[in-house]
Design a protein around this ligand. Structure first.
Ligand code: FE2
Length: 362
């Protein structure tokens, strides 16, 4: 096998690929993983993400075998904000936010660590490309340990409020069966919890340290978590949260960064369309009533200019690569974030969530 960084100027991802055609089979990859578990874990710990490329991964079941071998404790359920359906017991579609209409594909999804707004969150995440998108649809990743180091270097006070107060996340769900107010609300609460029994919902949420606030049959889920967490193995501080996904004004800024740094012509068209959608949204729905919203942990609104500075640092550290069919990426969710760039045309990326063996304490 050939093992080398994708880019010489970034630690992530390390790429593992076959050195010959005979090494490209699924069984060869599984054999490699079996024989190199320590190397894979050491590399994950040192670098943060490993991309297995050019192997014969044809479907969700192949992918599940790879993910399961690397991290046996995969999650077979999903209680997060996005629309996902099971493809196998442990493999989900990864439609992310805004998946239900064509409009959805035009929205960038900012860098986040998976399910940072709940206690029982994955410590690893795997993605696999079953159909490579022709136009956009990359899944950029960012070393969030480096983001904290760079932010502190840039301005020692930049992360001060986040370190002191953490974050409060709000997820607002309309009364089931009524028209949703905001496109960030892609699932109804009975769809997430597979019940209409409010007491049952409260019990499940309590396990994740999420408070349920009922407004008749509408529901707000409120949870308070750190913005910066210590990596459980290295102790390094990591910008580990879902602020760019929950902060409504961030999506417009994401577009600006995309145009500045990547600048594909159709981003401009999508941006124009997005400006119309976002202007209408702001006209009718205040930020605080969006499907997703976030404040500092003490309830004070986040200072937008502070957030944009951090976002600049994230973009400086981001690694973007074109998906190739059969790609499997193994990500340390305690250190490396992911997002999604807009796309049009077909795209099929699936994911698996690796859970820690014990309940996370951060
Ligand atoms: Fe995600």
């Amino acid at each position: 096998m050939i093992v080398e960084p994708l880019r010489s100027d970034r630690p992530i991802p390390i790429v593992v690929r076959p050195s010959s055609k005979s090494e490209a089979t699924l069984s060869s990859l599984l054999g490699y993983i079996k024989g190199n578990k320590k190397f894979i874990e050491d590399t994950r710990l040192k670098n943060g993400a490993i991309l297995f490329r050019d192997f014969d991964i044809e479907n969700a079941s192949d992918f599940e075998q790879v993910a399961h071998l690397i991290h046996p404790n995969l999650n077979d359920g999903y209680l997060g904000v996005t629309a996902r359906t099971n493809r196998t017991k442990y493999v989900f579609t990864c439609k992310y936010l805004f998946s239900t209409t064509e409009v959805t594909n035009i929205a960038p999804i900012g860098q986040h660590t998976e399910m940072a707004y709940m206690t029982n969150r994955p410590n690893r995440i795997f993605f696999c490309c079953l159909k490579e998108p022709k136009h956009g649809g990359e899944t950029p990743i960012t070393d969030m340990r480096q983001v904290v180091l760079d932010a502190d270097k840039h301005d020692p006070n930049l992360l001060k409020q986040f370190k002191a107060h953490g974050l409060t996340y709000y997820r607002n769900y309309s009364t089931p069966g009524t028209k949703v107010k905001d496109i960030a609300e892609v699932r109804s609460w009975p769809d997430i919890y597979k019940t209409t029994d409010k007491t049952e919902v409260e019990k499940v949420c309590a396990k994740d340290d999420i408070e349920c606030i009922w407004h008749g049959d509408a529901l707000s889920l409120v949870s308070k978590f750190p913005a910066i967490r210590k990596h459980p193995e290295t102790g390094d501080e990591v910008w580990s949260n879902a602020v760019p996904v929950f902060y409504p004004r961030m999506r417009t800024y994401e577009f600006r960064k995309m145009i500045q740094t990547i600048g594909t012509w159709w981003y401009y068209l999508m941006y124009l369309l997005w400006i119309v959608i976002e202007s209408l949204r702001r006209l009718f729905i205040p930020d605080t009533q969006c499907g997703l919203y976030v404040t500092y942990g003490n309830g004070v609104p986040i200072r937008t200019e502070e957030l944009f500075k951090i976002e600049d640092i994230i973009w400086d550290n981001m690694v973007t690569f074109k998906w190739k069919k059969g790609d499997v990426i193994y990500i340390d969710n305690d250190r490396v974030s992911h997002g999604r760039l807009p796309y049009f045309g077909q795209r099929q990326i699936v994911c698996a969530l690796g859970m820690p063996d014990v309940k996370s304490s951060t």
